[in-house]
Design a protein around this ligand. Sequence first.
Ligand code: HEC
Length: 450
Amino acid sequence: MDYLGLFPVFYVPDVGSAWLMGLTGTIHIMASHTSVGAAMLFAFLAHKAYKEDRDDLYDYMKRYGMFLLIFSYVIGSITGPGIWYTATAASPRGISALIHNFVWVWATEWVFFIYEVIAVFALVYFIGKIDKKTHLKLTYTFALASVGTLALIIGIISFMMWPGNDAFYNTGSASDAFFGLNTFPHMFLRIGFMVMMSGVIGLIISSAMKRENVELSNELTRKMGYVGLIGGFVALFFFMWYISTLPANADAVLGLTLDSIIFNRIILAIMFSLYFFLAILKPQWIGKYLAVIMMFVIGIVGVWPGEKLRESMRKPYVAGQYIYSNQIISRDVPGKGVKSEVEVVAAKGLLGVDPWVPERLRTITPENKLEVGEYLTKRACSNCHSLEKGGKYRSMIALFTDKVQMTDAASIKSYMQVIGTGSIPYMPKIALPDEEYDAMAEWIATQINN
Ligand code: HEC
């Protein structure tokens, strides 16, 4: 038997592995984007402090830096590897594809990151202890290293959406994989958001300084209002550009929820514009509790839906438009020596090519049929759908009962055959032998009617 190089299915009931990814990703983005944004902000503040001889700004940078160390660097360094663990479990072949394309890019990013961590410690620790010019130079290198980590990682994340350039499939070259159509809009979208985040966090620090120095606190609150406003508009502008650089399958998914996304972004834009204008016009009204609440708002209302969307829009692929979310390879990539697996799955069935099927389920019998059906549905569908009744993540049961209104095994099977032709843009082409469809359809029907 020739097995495919599949890994065991990482199955998370109710919420699905994608939600785990989204949750870890959201926390990580809050931390990492704040740190890159703050690195740019520090470069600006340190420049100003040096040129205008403003000693009071160093105090602000020191407090901000302490916050960064505790918030961004501790949380960011915990959730960064957390993303790796979650992604490796949820989508081992997606991660494998990224490593096979970008191992040196990643290594370089890591070097930048190490510099960034050392620099942030040095910056906070040496404020007031080294001469200002040296401090300023240190701040510039910190900013460069931080933006460097962003630039490198963005090429990789953009490749997950698509190489954006067909040459890659034949050359397999890292630069063809890296410089796609959406790499730059994505990069500037993130840079805008990072600047905005540095303003959101900056407002927490400046409003907390009120008691010691009202004037400085108000001045900085006003400045952070401008920073947030500028960052927010840059992010919004590039977001619109970014969504115009997406592949066709992403447009199909986007089309399902476009209204609610646009509604969400408009509400956010209004809310945060008001907040930043308030900071500029009435800085004394911005209290530290409000500032902390707004940080959570941006996380929960802004980043979390954004991350879920980014995960969704890639469907049916997880990386490079050649690995489906259910880990089957969808096409040949001659440049990487990768071969499509769709045909062999259609011919031999998942039971014939998946090394992880327990031996007692390898052949379908009347006794094990439902159990096989459950196994196969987890393998083929659970990466994108919760299978439980009331599951939170694009519940398959709800989709069958409400969206397509099919509840009996025969019509479920016929629907799966449609998926099997690859005609639904956001679902993987997964043609299977008849008896495997039967087993899955029967198990799904039992779940629905239970
Ligand atoms: C790569 C991700 C992915 C996989 C794997 C996947 N689906 Fe879907 N499926 C989607 C998306 C995205 C939607 C659109 C959901 C919506 O309407 O919000 C969807 C919708 C559906 C619908 C609703 C009808 C429709 O056409 O929108 C059904 C039924 C469905 N899937 C069944 C399945 C079954 C059965 C499997 C396993 C053979 C499967 N899906 C595998 C992503 C996937």
